[in-house]
Design a protein around this ligand. Structure first.
Ligand SMILES: [Ca+2]
Ligand SMILES: [Ca+2]
Ligand SMILES: [Ca+2]
Ligand SMILES: [Ca+2]
Length: 308
């Protein structure tokens, strides 16, 4: 039986009745898997692990979006991380059933955060509203501790530009008018390009919610960078509130925190697709860009039920 740290992010007192309000609802059966069953899309921002054949685990054959999604499936099936690169990179997964919005938390996502290394990813959910089985419906952001703060920017975009040659940083420009680079860290990750090999365009834009960066150089000489945690509501975040006490790389999420683009609460009885998207646009010296990693997606309500 998994134990949950008291989590303000999970509305344990709310009793939500699951009602089937959509013909596409797929009730879990005894043979349903508690884990994700498919990666629909993997579109990272550029980053040190992208195209990387060592710790990044790419083969070099990931030359189409489909091959990239297969790469991500293989990695998570092997219990290995999938890096989302810099700001805005994302992964979309589905389940073999609809994930019910039960009382309390519904979804668990594994990252690789530890104390001093939080790289938050915003979580989005979608119902298969049109019933075609594909994630082409409406994304709803799950509110977190930074939602509504003045320093949090919704509808933030970053455009990344393919480098002119090998071994170069990736330049970017954001929707606030700022420019910068994803550093090329030759001594750690020497693949020729950090720009995803399967993106044919010479630039691409990723849009989402940006959290204010908290990383800083604690040493003052560049040797020791700290990436502090955020309170709750993000993947790959060493949270005091929503990490499981006995499994600290799992953050748990409540579908009841879903909101629309204007920030209004949305009541979803269930969801079919989950997206995690890198939420910081910052870098930490030799550690490189702040990049969310994910390793697993779990129907947490179903898991708890099975563990009873
Ligand atoms: Ca819930
Ligand atoms: Ca659909
Ligand atoms: Ca990272
Ligand atoms: Ca991480």
């Amino acid at each position: 039986m998994l134990m949950v740290v008291i989590a303000s992010s999970c509305n344990k007192d709310d009793v939500i009745t699951i009602t089937v309000d959509n013909e596409s609802y797929r009730a879990a059966t005894p043979s349903s898997e508690v884990q994700w069953d498919r990666v629909w899309k993997y579109t990272p921002a550029p980053g040190q692990f992208i195209n990387e054949t060592k710790t990044g685990g790419f083969t070099g054959e990931e030359l189409t979006p489909e091959a990239a999604a297969e790469y991500a499936e293989g990695r998570m099936s092997d219990g290995k991380f999938v890096s989302l690169g810099g700001f805005g990179g994302y992964i979309v997964v589905g389940f073999d059933h609809s994930v019910d919005n039960v009382t309390g938390c519904d979804i668990a996502i594994r990252g690789n955060a530890f104390d001093g290394s939080s790289e938050p990813g915003v979580v989005w959910v979608m119902q298969d509203e049109n019933g075609d089985g594909e994630p082409n419906d409406t994304w709803y952001e799950l509110a977190g501790s930074e939602t509504g703060k003045a320093e949090t920017i919704q509808n933030y975009s970053v455009t990344y530009f393919r480098p002119d040659g090998e071994g170069e940083p990736v330049k970017w420009r954001d929707s606030e008018g700022a420019e910068g680079e994803i550093d090329y860290l030759k001594s750690f990750h020497s693949q020729p390009y950090y720009y995803p090999a399967w993106i044919k365009e010479d630039s691409y834009t990723l849009s989402g919610t940006r959290l204010e960066a908290r990383n800083y150089d604690k040493s003052g000489n560049g040797s020791y960078w700290v990436q502090p945690a955020y309170d709750w509501g993000y993947a790959d975040n060493f949270s005091e509130e929503d990490c499981l006490a006995n499994d600290k790389t799992l953050n748990v999420f409540d579908i009841s925190n879903a909101m629309d683009a204007q920030g209004a609460a949305v009541e979803l009885k269930y969801v079919d697709f989950v997206k995690v998207q890198g939420a910081c646009n910052t870098k930490s010296g030799w550690l490189g860009e702040n990049s969310t990693e994910v390793l697993d997606f779990i129907d947490y309500g179903l898991k708890l039920k099975r563990d009873e």
